[in-house]
Design a protein around this ligand. Structure first.
Ligand code: HEC
Length: 102
């Protein structure tokens, strides 16, 4: 692009973006429905979070999810995404999970 745009004019990151990010980066482990029933889950310990489970709905606040996606979960396959995704992208994918999958 070669020119600077103040962030106020940056493209809004919407739920479609959240879905794209989820399909691209998260689906392999968490599954298209977010239930964590994936091939990858067979070899992961702990297993990927099942977002559709009642426990997850209670346990996972938006704040915690953003924190976990940003920083990862120590000692698990859930890696930190802060160097791959912007803050807006992380909150877009978290709100996609919350609105559509949970
Ligand atoms: C390589 C497999 C893998 C990929 C890819 C992956 N995750 Fe995870 N994710 C995990 C595992 C394993 C856990 C369970 C961690 C635990 O038990 O603490 C987890 C847990 C989570 C949690 C719950 C964390 C918590 O606080 O308990 C969220 C939210 C999450 N993932 C979001 C995402 C998002 C968003 C992406 C894509 C940007 C993603 N994950 C990509 C494996 C993965």
């Amino acid at each position: 692009m070669g020119f600077f745009l103040p962030s106020a004019f940056a493209e809004p990151v919407d739920s479609e973006t959240g879905r794209d990010i989820f399909y691209k980066h998260c689906k392999a482990c968490h599954g298209g429905k977010g239930d964590g029933k994936t091939f990858a889950a067979n070899v992961l310990n702990p297993t990927p979070k099942n977002f559709t489970h009642e426990e997850s709905k209670k346990e996972l606040t938006e704040k915690r999810m953003i924190e976990s996606v940003t920083k990862g979960r120590k000692g698990t396959a859930m890696m930190p995404w802060e160097s791959n995704l912007t803050k807006d992208e992380i909150s877009a994918v978290v709100s996609y999970i919350r609105k559509v999958l949970m």
